[in-house]
Design a protein around this ligand. Sequence first.
Ligand code: NAD
Length: 754
Amino acid sequence: MRRRRHGYRNHHRAPVTTAATPRGEEVTNVRTQVDNPIIDWRKDDDGVVVLTLDDPTQEVNTVHKGFVAELTKVVARLQAEREELSGVVITSGKSTFVAGGDLNEIVGLGGEDAAAFTAHLNHIKAQLRTLETLGIPVVAAINGSALGGGLELALAAHHRLVVDAPRLQVGLPEVGLGLLPASGGIVRTVRMLGVRAALDSVLLSGRRFRPEEALKIGLVDELVGSADDLLPRAKQWIAEHPEAAQPWDRKGFAIPGGSPSGGPLFAELTFLSSTLRAKTAGAPVPEQRAILAAAVEGAQVDIDTAGLIESRYFVEIAIAPIAKNRINLTFFDLQRIKSGASRPAHAPVHRFSSVGVVGAGMMGAGIAYAAAKAGFDVVLVDTSLEAAEKGRAYSAKVAARAVDRGQRTQADADALVARITATDRIADLGGADFIIEAVFENLALKAAVFGEIDRVVGQEAVLGSNTSTLPITSLAAGVDRPQDFVGVHFFSPVDRMPLVEIIRGESTSDDTLANAFDLVLQLGKTPIVVNDSRGFFTSRVIIARLNEAVAMLGEGVPAASIEQAALQMGYPAGPLQLLDELTLTLPRDVREEARAAAEAAGESWTAHPCHAVFDRLIDELGRVGRAGGGGFYDYDEQGRRNGFWSGLAEQFPNQAPCPPLRDLSERLLFAEVLEAWAAHAAGVIESSWDANVGSLMGIGFPAWTGGVLRFLDQYDGGKAGFVARAEQLAARYGERFRPPASLVDAAGRPELSA
Ligand code: NAD
């Protein structure tokens, strides 16, 4: 089968304005100079003013400074003419209502901007307060998604009408970017829903709600069947409610559920803050704490004071690095990847329709599921029909779970599984456009399998391997067309892990690399591009963290402190727990291969203090990890973790004093960052965005950092601060922390970015 070729679209457009869209992806808009107003004013004969938000300079409406300036004028005019008006309808001329704030304005904020930005936020709030206290009814006629600043505008209306459209979403998702709502979103949801409900269901989760869900929790007031029904219904509501006012502006108003200063709500909030603590395991989540504080403090004062509190918390968070890191990753690094910045630009875009997966074990079965889910026809091969069918049954199981959760219809799930053909005949791969091999990790076996594959597939089929450790260049050397060979390294479990590391071998052609990139995007996953090297990128970096943890244990640091140091830094799991899952022999095998290769090449080999600890655990103590009955932890019969192995403290006695927790945490972080820098400096990973996204999505580098190379620049004092601290760690804990000359050099020249 020939691959269909499409012209390559050049996506490399500099983002000028970005905003959160309903599905969370970025929208790029280019502002142009035009005279049309952002907010159209139309006064009807019935005295109702219809304000239509339709920014002529953007594809979606966002709350940028120009928008606020125009809102100010419109509010002033409403106030001036209010005696002649019977009501106001706010709607949008675009398919979304308002997508949110302008992140470019936020990402550039520094400490010196704090006062001005606080004043800007308070100015927005003043406009919204004026709008809701005009003395005439205001209706938000929400025809498309209203998120963040968009919903906050609607919250200042007396009535929120929403079209019951399946893709429409409303919510305050700021927390997902390390921010908090700042245009009254906290203040008003707390007064509408109560402190606990606002925090729990809207503010701390950042959830985007479908119209009927939003109605149910009270975030909106009424649904209409179609956009055409909005205006008539809005006008009807206005006619029926000439005295409309916000509940909080009526006499005797009390926040639903009561004030947080005492009684049952106080107990509930204590519970909530301890739940927050448990959920985040003490990781840096300043935005969540700020949301909690703004809600609780704001509930004890009048609405205008509550607004000031909200602004101050926002600015404190927005000028600090964490929010910028998160925005940078989500909206800039990820966007670069999706727009193909790491993809050979001249290679034509291919749309694949069929995939062959060889090896129906854990990874092959997961890859087959991901491909069938994305609409591909899949041929899944194993050595026996039974094994292949078992791999296909995995898709049936995952799809059935999605049906149970209401995420998929039964017909949909059946169609997904029907797209997979299970077989024991390699010859059945004949029609596949792209082969992904996932047999046992063995060079000779893989070479033999590729020999067979190449005999049956078309000459245009791409040959991909999911190997986690074998060099792609060596594997490619075994086939007749190494230029068509590429590494496609999926992560386990494939159905949940979004990242795929694409590995370019020495002979991999640009077209093949581009093909792999296109396939990964078509699978709905996120590709990063890496040059062939031992451990590729992600494995190499995560192993540096795991090795450091094991070295600490060898020094006599208590295992619980090691795990805690990782969790409090925002790693999703402790390194010892991860190692147990991975099996301790795996990093040792990788190390032995690396040692053999270095020795064969006549290069020097430096032992890491973790090596002796690994050897002891495996060879003397028989502790290899969960699969082998136990490692750092004990496991019960169901395989559940059952506390640390009791022999651990005896075998690795705790030394006093334990180093400061900050040192332990930073040893884990610095080990990874230094390894990532070395890989970057050696050209294994060429772009900082691939490194950042790969570290967060593939190996759980803490989200607040914005990624492993971003960490260098956002460290206190930037790269120079990082270098100074690395020197300190080297003096205390070993030469492996000594920053390399390339980093010291880059630190002295801030114009060089990571
Ligand atoms: P697995 O043992 O679960 O599955 C391997 C499958 O390959 C088995 O079903 C086996 O029967 C089949 N197989 C063996 N020889 C075959 C042949 N000649 N033809 C067809 N099928 C054959 O292994 P896995 O964990 O799925 O790993 C597969 C590959 O993916 C390995 O290269 C591994 O390094 C890599 N990988 C694994 C992970 C992981 O977390 N397990 C992550 C990334 C990459």
